[in-house]
Write a protein that binds this ligand. Structure first.
Ligand code: PLP
Length: 389
């Protein structure tokens, strides 16, 4: 057998995602899993019933149309109009994907050439690095640093070179919880226009903003024609296993992403697409209650972690809280997370794995709060053992 490495070199060293490693550790040790970002309560019953009905009524059980079922594409355009005043044509400016994950992969594979540079905030959501690498492009991190985790806009300007093709902007930002302010968004947009860059936005936490508001970059002057906006139903409706995501953008951008997407999955989640169309049309009260529930849980976990001795950085958005473990006499988040299940039966994620500049995130650890109140309370009480034990 050849000695050539089996794994394509663009993926060398990427191994298993940290989520798989930590979720396996949670199962093996019976720990409370505040690592991976999935809710422990399913989304609205009527949405689940809509999915069941679609299966039983034979809607979506065979390959749905490549761009997504018309009902869902229409619901996505209504959502963009209702929340942001953005108008999209459901036939040419919307694409349904297998979660935001496929949308990110398809967008990057479609829009990048080998050697292109992509600027993204680090810590990065882990699929960004892999997808940029699979496209043969180079990631250029703009480091969000504790305690404020704001992007340094002068640094952003300095990172732009003639090879820069694309800005990949995640707001609300996982794992730091940063929500870009209108001023920051305007500065990012100005740079994109000035340097004629494409922009891919990852907005999967768009309905989880506790301070300020979510503003899509596509709504800013000069941005609609250069922005591929991505979101998904997983977070907003608490059905992360359904993997229904979407892209909105100009017909040219959407056609480019669709070209890559059709050879990744072709189509997915047929019956779930009908259910997500109903979910997107839920009244404002659903969205408000969802946000209020997570807001309460954020406060519970931030206060609990602080009382347990962590330095907790209250997130403005998402359902994650980043902490610093230095006050506990700890330095290394990866070691800490590997030992935590054994020490006190809780699983968390080390932020260092999301940084190229691992030193910048070495002592940071992320906890998810999309869990039942009693689960969060139990986790906090277990974490108190770190101080006493
Ligand atoms: C920032 C970010 N983008 C994308 C995703 C993936 O979304 P989906 O499950 O819809 O593929 C996640 C999930 O954790 C995320 O945190």
């Amino acid at each position: 057998m050849s000695t050539r490495p089996l794994l394509n070199r663009s993926l060398a060293g990427m191994g298993t995602t940290i989520f798989a490693e930590m979720s396996a550790l949670a199962t093996a040790t019976g720990s409370i899993n505040l690592g991976q970002g999935f809710p422990d309560t399913d989304g609205p019953r009527e949405v689940a019933e809509a999915a069941a009905r679609a299966v039983l009524d034979g809607r979506g059980n065979q390959y749905p149309p490549g761009p997504g079922v018309p009902e869902l594409r229409a619901a996505i355009t209504e959502h963009q109009q209702r929340f942001y005043g953005l108008t999209y044509d459901p036939d040419t400016e919307v694409l349904v994907t297998a979660g935001a994950t496929e949308a990110i992969a398809a967008a990057l594979l479609a829009l990048l050439e080998p050697g292109d540079e992509v600027i993204a905030f680090e810590p990065f959501y882990d699929s960004y690095a892999a997808c940029i690498a699979m496209a043969g492009a180079r990631r250029v991190p703009l480091t969000l640093r504790a305690p404020a985790f704001r992007p340094d806009l002068d640094e952003l300007r300095a990172l732009i070179t003639p090879r820069t093709r694309l800005l990949l902007v995640n707001t609300p930002h996982n794992p730091t919880g940063t929500v870009l302010t209108p001023e920051e968004l305007a500065a990012v947009a100005e740079l994109a226009v000035e340097h004629d860059l494409l922009v891919v936005t990852d907005e999967v936490y768009e309905h989880l903003v506790f301070a300020g508001a979510h503003h899509p970059l596509a709504a800013l002057p000069g941005m609609r024609e250069r922005t591929v906006a991505i979101s998904s139903a997983g977070k907003t409706f608490s059905f992360t296993g359904w993997k229904v995501g979407w892209v909105t953008g100009t017909p040219d951008l959407v056609a480019a992403v669709r070209t890559a997407k059709q050879y990744l999955t072709y189509v997915s989640a047929g019956p779930f697409q009908y259910a997500v169309a109903e979910a997107l049309r839920l009244p404002d009260g659903y969205y408000a209650d969802f946000r209020a529930d997570l807001h309460r849980k954020r406060d519970l976990l931030v206060d609990g972690l602080t009382a347990a001795g962590f330095r907790a950085f209250a997130p403005q958005g998402t359902y994650f809280v980043t902490t610093d473990i230095t006050p506990l006499g700890e330095k290394d988040g990866l070691e800490f997370c590997r030992s935590l299940p054994e020490r006190c039966g809780v699983v968390a994620i080390p932020n260092a794995v999301f940084y190229d500049d691992t030193e910048a995130g070495r002592s940071q650890v992320r906890f998810a709060f999309c869990k039942k109140v009693e689960v969060l309370e139990e986790a906090v009480s277990r974490l108190h053992a770190l101080r006493t034990g």
